[in-house]
Design a protein around this ligand. Structure first.
Ligand SMILES: CC(C)(COP(=O)(O)OP(=O)(O)OC[C@H]1O[C@@H](n2cnc3c(N)ncnc32)[C@H](O)[C@@H]1OP(=O)(O)O)[C@@H](O)C(=O)NCCC(=O)NCCS
Length: 160
C-alpha cells in the first residue's frame, strides 16, 4: 500500500496489483472515459485481460479502481514490449498513481526478459509525456496520422 503525502495531508492510498475478473466493470468505465463508447471499451478490456494477464495492472484506492495499465510483449520480438494503456481516473491524478502503475509494469516486463519498451503518445499530451520522460522514455519518431487523420503520435522508447 502506497501513501502519498503532500504538505502534511494524506492525498491518497492505493495498492497496485494485477487485474482480476472483479475489476472488469470498473476498468471498463475508465477505459470508456467521458466521450467513449461502452462496447469497444468492454471488448478491449476483456480481450486484454485474456491476452496479457501478467502485464495488466490496476491501482485500487479503497473500493475504487483509480487507474490501470496494460503492457504487451511483441510476438515476433519477445525482447520488445508496448505500453498499450496507462490511465488514471481524473479524481486521482497527480498523486503518483500513474507513476506507480508504470513502475509495476516496467518491472514486470523487465522480469520477462524485455529490454525495450515502446509506446505512442499524442504530442499534445503534456502530462503523459512528462511522466514518460521522467521514467527515461525518449521520443524516437513523430508519426503524422498514426491513428488516422489528425491523430499524430510520438513514438517513445525506454531501454530497460
Ligand atoms: C498521464 C497520466 C497517466 C498521469 O498520471 P498521474 O497519476 O496523474 O501521474 P503522476 O502523479 O504519477 O505524475 C508523475 C509525473 O508526471 C508528470 N505529470 C503528471 N501530471 C501532470 C500534469 N497535469 N502536468 C504536467 N506534468 C504532469 C509530472 O512530471 C509528474 O511528476 P511530479 O509529480 O514530480 O511533477 C494521467 O494524467 C492520465 O490518466 N491521463 C489520461 C490518459 C492518458 O493520457 N494516458 C497516457 C496515454 S499515452
Amino acid at each position: 500500500m502506497n501513501r502519498h503525502r503532500e504538505q502534511g495531508r494524506d492525498l491518497q492510498q492505493y495498492a497496485i496489483r494485477l487485474f482480476g475478473p472483479d475489476d472488469f466493470a470498473r476498468v471498463c468505465v475508465l477505459e470508456e472515459g467521458e466521450n467513449g463508447a461502452p462496447y469497444p471499451a468492454a471488448v478491449f478490456i476483456r480481450q486484454a485481460s485474456q491476452l496479457y494477464p501478467l502485464t495488466f495492472f490496476v491501482s485500487e484506492s479503497g473500493s475504487s479502481i483509480s487507474g490501470y495499465t496494460i503492457g504487451a510483449i511483441s510476438q515476433d520480438a519477445p525482447s520488445d514490449a508496448w505500453v498499450l494503456r496507462l490511465k488514471v481516473a481524473p479524481h486521482y491524478r497527480q498523486m503518483r498513481v500513474g507513476s506507480a502503475l508504470l513502475q509495476a509494469l516496467v518491472a514486470a516486463l523487465r522480469g520477462k526478459g524485455v529490454d525495450t519498451i515502446c509506446l505512442s503518445v499524442s504530442p499534445e499530451n503534456a502530462p503523459a509525456r512528462a511522466l514518460y520522460q521522467k521514467f527515461g522514455f525518449t521520443v524516437i519518431a513523430t508519426e503524422p496520422g498514426y491513428f488516422g487523420d489528425g491523430q499524430d503520435r510520438c513514438i517513445m522508447i525506454l531501454r530497460v
